[in-house]
Design a protein around this ligand. Structure first.
Ligand code: SAM
Length: 280
């Protein structure tokens, strides 16, 4: 959708409804990317009115994903990555970060967004052992038995499963904890899970909580309609059965800090937390 920035009347492109915002394209817009339509930018603008620094939080999330990938490829010796809800190709993707450390790393990207699928397939056309699968991350068994997943990854050997910025787009009725329990149960010992999620701090931090509540309402009432801010305990339950690596489930900028730390962060940047866990 590189022509997506056009301002003409909404059109249907190969089954892509440009009247409906998409999570992936709105996220791309918040990150400052070009693969989005007017309706996605409308959602972005509604969110930026409530939290002008939301772009910094999105970039923090990407930086967390890259740090975790580097750690897994370089230190943990992980060679296979299943990146669920991977989104649109961006400045540095999981396979770029993993292959900088290990040229043989295998990566499967999964997303249910049609524009992501088109971009993903085009980008990965000439890459060995890096594939894109269009699938629903909320159906673990179906995803794990997908033929492309099966031929690209060896699910009997340790792998890293990513749920980075994904589960907050699932409503409570989908029971994200049960979905994650299915994934974790299916992973072989020695596998890792990387997770980040919108965070609701609760009563301990009234100001930040008020911002989380306002942002959640904006997400849910926007035409996109998803974006739940959950508590530390709710998010920790998605990692049940794993040993969390130090420093645990923390603000994204506190996870494995290996570079200069930004100071005086805007409060909105404390509205996501993340962790990396290992299945023993
Ligand atoms: N993981 C990337 C990151 O953290 O930078 C992208 C995060 S983006 C906020 C969330 C992505 O999850 C979007 O690309 C969206 O299409 C995808 N997604 C949401 N629900 C999904 C589902 N049920 N199945 C597959 N993908 C989904």
């Amino acid at each position: 959708a590189s022509s997506a920035q056009g301002t003409g009347a909404p059109v249907e492109l190969d089954g892509i409804d440009t009247n409906e915002p998409s999570i992936a394209r709105s996220y791309d817009a918040v990150l400052g990317g070009k693969d989005n339509y007017a309706i996605d930018r409308e959602v972005r603008d509604q969110l930026l009115t409530v939290a002008p620094e939301l772009g910094a939080l999105a970039r923090d999330n990407r930086a967390f994903l890259i740090r975790a990938t580097r750690f897994l490829a370089a230190t943990a010796g992980i060679e296979q990555f299943l990146d669920c809800g991977s989104g649109l190709p961006t400045a540095e993707n999981t396979h770029d970060a993993a292959r900088r450390v290990n040229v043989d790393a295998r990566v499967v990207y999964v997303d249910n967004d049609a524009v992501c699928a088109a971009h993903g397939r085009a980008l990965l056309d000439d890459q060995d052992h890096v594939r894109f699968v269009e699938a629903d991350l909320a159906a673990p068994q179906r995803l794990l038995s997908d033929p492309t997943v099966r031929t690209t990854l060896d699910l009997d050997r340790p792998l890293a499963l990513y749920q980075v910025g994904t589960l907050h787009h699932l409503p409570d009725e989908d029971d994200p904890a049960a979905i994650m329990a299915e994934y974790i149960d299916a992973l072989p010992a020695g596998s890792y899970v990387v997770l980040s999620h919108f965070f609701h701090p609760g009563e301990a931090e009234p100001e930040l909580s008020a911002l989380a509540t306002r942002l959640e309402a904006t997400f849910l009432h926007s035409p996109m309609g998803t974006g739940r801010f959950r508590t530390h305990d709710e998010i920790a339950a998605y990692l049940d059965g794993l040993d969390l690596l130090p420093p645990g489930l923390v603000y994204l900028n506190d996870w494995w800090p290996d570079g200069p730390q930004p100071t005086q962060l805007d409060p909105v940047r404390n509205l996501m937390i993340g962790a990396v866990g290992i299945k023993r």
